[in-house]
Design a protein around this ligand. Structure first.
Ligand SMILES: NC(=O)c1ccc[n+]([C@@H]2O[C@H](COP(=O)([O-])OP(=O)(O)OC[C@H]3O[C@@H](n4cnc5c(N)ncnc54)[C@H](OP(=O)(O)O)[C@@H]3O)[C@@H](O)[C@H]2O)c1
Length: 245
């Protein structure tokens, strides 16, 4: 059984991506930093459906923890074949003059540094096996350039460019790297979103409705599958047509 690591899978999109990968036959490491109960619930659900999974507690922005976490996963499930870089910390919005370099670095730690350090940890094994997949979870904001969000938007933009560079460099070794770019997909943390904010968003969405976490998970399952063997360096936008141009 091939092994997938989904970072930040104790809730939100990551939890659903983990469940859908398990349904598709992957053994899944459900990473989280603090919500042990949430991660355990995801693992329980996977096992109840007949799948294989384990929890994997480590902060993706701490290199020592991350390396230790991969070793724990190797012992529990086997070496990782697929990394889904999904984890995110807080995503504060603020006017430009309140944005400091630190607020940019905070986002880059999740969307560039953590994926890089995870890749470094698995790459010797992937090179030896001439296989391996990375799926980065980006965002439509990299293209839309939402105001008050330069910290987050620029880190997601960097994640997209990194995806393309890694894809070219690793293609000769049979390793693919792709990015899924969701629009606003309501998850637990959006419970308090105002009706006004939702209406404004949908007014700019050609399909006129919100996507579901399953929409994102199905795209990840596809890109992880052998049906996507010939796809690398791509961005798949899942946002109801908001970035058509
Ligand atoms: N939902 C959307 O509308 C949307 C739209 C575009 C892009 N995205 C992207 O999709 C991804 C998931 O977003 P989401 O909305 O599902 O987020 P979320 O609900 O806030 O979940 C974030 C996950 O990351 C984990 N996490 C936080 N800090 C961590 C750390 N240091 N190490 C490891 N895990 C950590 C959290 O677990 P713990 O609490 O246990 O640490 C949680 O499982 C993100 O990359 C986000 O930028 C989401």
């Amino acid at each position: 059984m091939k092994v997938a690591l989904v970072t930040g899978a104790s809730r939100g999109l990551g939890a659903v991506i983990a469940r859908e990968l398990a349904d598709a036959g992957w053994a899944v490491a459900v990473n989280y930093a603090s919500d042990a109960q949430g991660a355990a619930n995801v693992v329980d659900t996977i096992r109840q459906r007949g799948g294989q999974a384990c929890t994997a507690q480590f902060s993706v922005i701490d290199k020592a923890q991350l390396v230790g976490g991969l070793e724990t996963i190797r012992k529990a499930l086997g070496p990782v074949d697929l990394i889904v870089n999904n984890a995110t910390g807080p995503q504060p919005e603020m006017p430009l003059m309140e944005q400091s370099w630190r607020t940019y670095l905070d986002q880059l730690e999740f969307f560039v540094k953590a994926p890089l350090e995870l890749l470094h940890a698995v790459l010797p094994d992937w090179r030896a096996r001439k296989s391996g997949r990375v799926i980065n979870i980006g965002s439509e904001v990299a293209e839309l350039g939402n105001p008050n969000f330069g910290n987050y938007a620029s880190a997601k933009g960097a994640m997209l460019s990194m995806t393309r560079s890694w894809a070219r460099e690793l293609a000769p070794e049979g390793i693919t790297v792709n990015l899924v770019a969701p629009g606003w997909i309501p998850v637990e943390r959006h419970a308090g979103a105002s009706q006004q904010a939702m209406d404004n968003y949908l007014a700019q969405t050609p399909l006129s409705h919100f996507g579901k976490p399953e929409d994102i998970a199905h795209a990840v399952v596809f890109l992880a599958s052998s049906k996507a063997d010939f796809i690398t360096g791509q961005k798949l936008a899942l946002n109801g047509g908001r970035t058509l141009l």
